[in-house]
Design a protein around this ligand. Structure first.
Ligand code: HEM
Ligand code: HEM
Length: 224
């Protein structure tokens, strides 16, 4: 491509987070809806998902510039301006999440957090499968949170469908392939910005901390 430079857009931790998350979510539906493995696995994959989400939330404050919430969450004026530019086919290709995409990322993270946290309290009708905190609250509350778990999984599916549709729209409609950068980290851009990246060692520490917190939460609920 003439007059463009290849720059790093996404750090390795964010990319690993994304594709591991996508695989885990597939496994969550596979175990809960299609009987791929026993529901015990659903709960275990759920713990892993919760740890990943906690990692991503912390990484949103302590990670690389393109992964920080402050780097991509924009106010309504910027979002509206971007939508207008998009409609008028004026929107420019940038690095990181665009102002609209930033909010879709927040919506997905919030929905995933609701799904995993309610899962901790969920229980099936015969109480043969249950999250570690299901017996720590009243049956009424466990039932309510299970209902939210059942309803919210539909909302999650809608958000994921919109997410994939948006990625395909940029690829086919705007010739902007966002998948490549999420895989290998690099993108060709006209005016390369100078970006700050956090080290992978820091990411490992954050991940270890997130896993420890989830382990303690599970342990506290299981009365072990
Ligand atoms: C269960 C399925 C999926 C979930 C829950 C999911 C969730 C997410 C999240 C949370 C982000 C933000 C990344 C971050 O900043 O940490 C993201 C970004 C992204 N996802 Fe997914 N994703 C899923 C499936 C997919 C699939 C199948 C594709 C490929 C078609 C894809 C392509 C992308 C791309 C290209 C980005 C970066 C978008 C940008 O440049 O702004 N995702 N996804
Ligand atoms: C993002 C992560 C998760 C997804 C996508 C997910 C998805 C689902 C789905 C689709 C169902 C079936 C709902 C229905 O019958 O309509 C379900 C049920 C269930 N999930 Fe999850 N789940 C997640 C996390 C968790 C976690 C973290 C736990 C526990 C630690 C958990 C525990 C359960 C239990 C006990 C049920 C059975 C409740 C019932 O029969 O309705 N889930 N989940």
């Amino acid at each position: 491509m003439p007059n463009t430079s290849r720059v790093v857009v996404w750090d390795l931790p964010t990319r690993l987070f994304h594709w591991t998350l996508a695989i885990l979510i597939l496994l969550q539906y596979g175990t809960a809806e299609w009987h791929w493995l026993s529901m015990r696995w659903h709960v275990w994959f759920g713990y892993a998902t919760l740890a990943l989400l906690l990692f991503r939330v912390i990484w949103g404050f302590a990670g690389s510039q393109t992964s920080r919430f402050g780097g991509f969450v924009r106010g309504p004026a910027r979002v509206l301006g971007y939508v207008r530019d998009l409609a008028a086919q004026r929107a420019r290709t940038g690095v990181g999440h665009n102002p609209l995409g930033g909010w879709s990322v927040l919506a997905m993270l919030a929905c995933l957090l609701v799904q995993t946290v309610t899962g901790l309290f969920a229980s099936n009708r015969r109480h043969t499968e249950f999250g570690p905190w299901a017996d720590r609250v009243s049956q009424d509350w466990s039932r309510r949170l299970t209902e939210i778990h059942e309803i919210n999984q539909n909302l999650l599916l809608v958000l994921i469908a919109l997410h994939v549709a948006a990625i395909l729209f940029y690829w086919i409609g705007k010739q902007d392939n966002l998948i490549g950068p999420m895989l290998h980290g690099h993108k060709e851009v006209a005016s390369p910005p100078s970006l700050r990246f956090a080290s992978s060692v820091r990411a490992l520490c954050v991940l270890a901390f997130a896993a420890l917190v989830v382990w303690l939460v599970v342990l506290a609920g299981s009365r072990i």
